[in-house]
Design a binder for this molecule. Structure first.
Ligand code: 13P
Ligand code: SF4
Length: 300
């Protein structure tokens, strides 16, 4: 049997579901039951009835699944797959910010720790940040940890956004100059970038979308070429779903090292051992769950 056959057979036997983020390696995406953005994967984690979730992504994604489904076994195949941005704010720093701005609501990007979610009023992803902020009655909103997503949301709302100074190192280093160079090379292409990019990069693009939004746009558009300003893993999915279209990365350096730590050997081992399991202490999970469920209730 090949490793893929072993994975599929064991997945069946364990009644497990494999979820993979769009940035995962091609071979991992290919064995997954669902490949998606953070919002799609959170929704799936909430509705799935399988007992085991193998989460091919990074720490905060598996934590979100564990918070939403405490009765399930959530396994992160690579323990060291963590999101640096999610760890750029501590609960103490957020509490200080809340003390300075007592009237403000707190919105945390899903790329945050369970403790930060527990200290927030509501969570959001890059697909629904604007709608989540606009759904609040407060006029001021503390938005953590991503300064770039905060700036993107601030441009699409009347609320006063108080940002934290975190960032994603993969998206934050994409430049407006790279957009100009890519456009010169591919003048017929549309430029799609992620809202984790800097404002000046978004200004040069045609559209800013979450990774799922990019997928939907590429499918629906009559345009045949696209420059993609996000992590390289997205290119594989876009090409697979649209073989007749061309996708050019804005930068081939846009690689999230931790998203690439999961491979088929680790997926198989995760299915065999059901380790490493991700759990969240119930006193934190109960408060974090409130902010995630409040997000899931917002219509987009
Ligand atoms: P989305 O797939 O939700 O757009 O998130 C991007 C990301 O950086 C996840 O780590
Ligand atoms: Fe975190 Fe950026 Fe990697 Fe996403 S791509 S996991 S935001 S470092």
């Amino acid at each position: 049997m090949t490793m893929i056959q072993d994975i599929l057979a064991l997945k069946e036997e364990r009644q497990a579901t494999i979820l993979a983020h769009n940035y995962q390696m091609p071979q991992v995406q290919d064995v997954a039951d669902l490949v998606g953005d953070s919002l799609e994967l959170s929704r799936a984690a909430a509705r799935l009835d399988s007992e085991v979730i193998i989460f091919c992504g990074v720490d905060f994604m598996a934590e979100t699944a564990a918070i939403l489904s405490p009765q399930k076994k959530v396994v992160l195949p690579e323990k060291g797959a963590w999101c640096p941005m999610a760890h750029m704010i501590t609960p103490e720093q957020l509490c200080d910010l809340k003390t300075i701005h007592p009237e403000a609501a707190v919105v945390c990007y899903v790329n945050s720790t369970a403790e930060i979610k527990a200290e927030s009023d509501v969570c959001c992803t890059s697909a629904n940040g604007v709608q989540v902020v606009n759904s609040l009655s407060e006029k001021e909103v503390i938005f953590v940890p991503d300064r770039n997503l905060a700036a993107y949301v601030a441009r699409h709302t009347d609320k006063k956004i108080i940002p934290w100074n975190g960032y994603c190192y993969v998206h934050d280093r994409l430049t407006a100059e790279e957009v100009r160079v890519a456009r010169a090379e591919h003048p017929l292409a549309e430029v799609l970038v992620h809202p984790e990019c800097r404002p000046e990069v978004i200004d040069q693009a045609d559209f800013a979308y979450s990774t799922a939004g990019m997928g939907k746009h590429a499918k629906a558009s009559a345009v045949k070429e696209f420059i993609i300003g996000t992590e390289m893993g997205m290119i594989y999915r876009l090409k697979k779903e649209n073989p007749e279209k061309e996708f050019y990365p804005l930068s081939t350096k846009a690689i999230c090292q931790n998203m690439k730590k999961t491979d088929l050997v680790k997926v198989l081992r995760a299915l065999q051992t059901l380790q490493p399991q991700v759990t969240v202490p119930e006193e934190i999970a109960v408060r974090a769950r409130r902010s995630i469920e409040r997000m899931l209730a917002v219509k987009i």
